[in-house]
Unconditional design. Structure first.
Length: 432
């Protein structure tokens, strides 16, 4: 360890023996450290081990420098006693308060959300699933900069084959660092490559994650990340939103169908408009206008993300001027292009998954380029390649397009029409 200012060293005396205590003040709990020091110096036990009034104590050899450093960097304290070193849990990570996630808000229901502490997130799940079968398998990933993760599942409901596959992949990972935690974990576990579609589902809501686990699936908690990784998942599950389950079945179904239509329009409205227009007058400048419009909207979205909240109103005013009547009067864009691009963008905002909305934007731009060069043939060939590729995607053996492919009419109907809890309970009872 280096001479960082937060690395603290205390020399303690226990029955004439000098003990050396090391800890990082930035990651340790002052109350626990003070209680430990008091217990040792006041000799509150017959031997040293009885004075270690900490919850979790690990005994290692003093020569095991790598394990001791890893413990210190994880917020633990190390007490050196000759050839023996005691590693004790004294973590107190800086974290923000528990609050509702910005991107997953609901009108009714719980307003709590995960934060960057894996221990807090564990408690939020346990509060909702009070079952002795709930398991949190804690492990460490990475070599140079390891990170703690917890694989969460219900022992009596999880698919054991998928669980063994996942644990084996975690064990085989040799990546050096996981500073980007959840995003990096998805890439190394699923070998995503350049596939733009999200292969896992992210959520910062404990109720969504608890429901996912209750259905027999797996969640991964990552220390330093408020986003929980849920797998395996499908495209249709990613399109679900908690608000649909906070309303009556009829209203929930209505909201879901509107959302599905909005997602469809976000991808296909502008390409279909361009395709129909191309049959009337073939003009490359027309496609260039649409592409510039789409890229301009995406640029504004990126700029808004990085704009301070105090300047967001000014950013919105600038966007309205640039992409409104001013742009039409100067002849940059026509009214119909602005209208269709705006409707498609609103549909993108209605997409419940942020990663999927970005992917849909990419798919839409690529589809427009295919139509621009190959007309109707480009549209047909692009969609054939797109849907064949989607049908070939599997996450831990689960088809990405289920229940559309392989086709399951009952499951597809239950996805489109939100079922009441009473019907679900009666069906489960009849199966039992």
């Amino acid at each position: 360890m280096n001479n960082s200012y937060d690395l603290k060293h205390r020399i303690l005396n226990f029955k004439g023996r000098l003990l050396h205590l090391y800890f990082l003040a930035s990651l340790s709990n002052d109350v626990l450290i003070s209680r430990l020091v008091e217990g040792i110096e006041n000799r509150q036990g017959k031997d040293l081990e009885n004075c270690l009034n900490m919850g979790d104590v690990e005994i290692v050899s003093t020569n095991n420098i790598q394990r001791i450093q890893q413990a210190l960097l994880g917020g633990n304290c190390a007490l050196f006693d000759g050839e023996t070193t005691y590693l004790m849990d004294s973590k107190n990570y800086p974290n923000r308060s528990i609050e509702e996630p910005e991107t997953e808000k609901s009108v009714r229901g719980a307003k709590d959300g995960f934060n960057e502490s894996i221990l807090n997130n564990t408690g939020l799940i346990r509060r909702r699933i009070k079952s002795p079968e709930l398991c949190f398998h804690l492990t460490t990933m990475g070599t140079e900069n390891p990170i703690d993760i917890a694989v969460v599942y219900l022992e009596n409901k999880v698919d054991q084959h998928i669980l063994k596959q996942l644990l084996k992949r975690i064990e085989d990972v040799q990546a050096q660092e996981f500073i980007m935690s959840d995003r990096a974990i998805e890439e190394v576990l699923l070998n995503q490559g350049y596939n733009p579609f999200p292969l896992v589902r992210y959520s910062e809501r404990p109720d969504i994650v608890a429901t996912h686990i209750q259905h027999g699936f797996i969640a991964i908690l990552c220390d330093t990340s408020s986003s929980v990784v849920m797998l395996p998942t499908t495209l249709f599950e990613i399109l679900e939103h908690v608000e649909e389950h906070r309303q009556t079945p009829l209203i929930g179904t209505f909201i879901r169908l509107i959302r599905m239509a909005a997602v469809f329009l976000s991808v296909y409205l502008v390409p279909l408009f361009a395709l129909i227009s191309s049959f009337m007058v073939w003009d490359y400048s027309f496609f260039i206008q649409i592409l510039i419009m789409e890229l301009s909207i995406e640029l504004l979205r990126i700029a808004t993300v990085h704009t301070p909240q105090s300047l967001s109103n000014a950013m919105g005013l600038i966007a309205a001027i640039l992409l409104g009547e001013f742009a039409i009067q100067l002849g940059f864009f026509s009214e119909d292009i602005l209208m269709f691009c705006a409707i498609g963008t609103v549909g993108g905002f209605a997409t419940p998954n942020y990663e999927l909305s970005l992917t849909n934007k990419y798919i839409k731009v690529m589809m427009l380029i295919s139509i621009m060069f190959f007309n109707i043939f480009g549209f047909v060939i692009f969609n054939l390649i797109l849907w064949i590729s989607l049908s070939r995607i599997k996450t831990f053996g689960v088809s990405y397009l289920y229940p559309l492919y392989p086709y399951d009419g009952k499951a597809l109907f239950q996805f489109l029409i939100r079922q009441s809890k009473k019907n679900q309970v009666s069906k489960e009872s009849s199966q039992i």
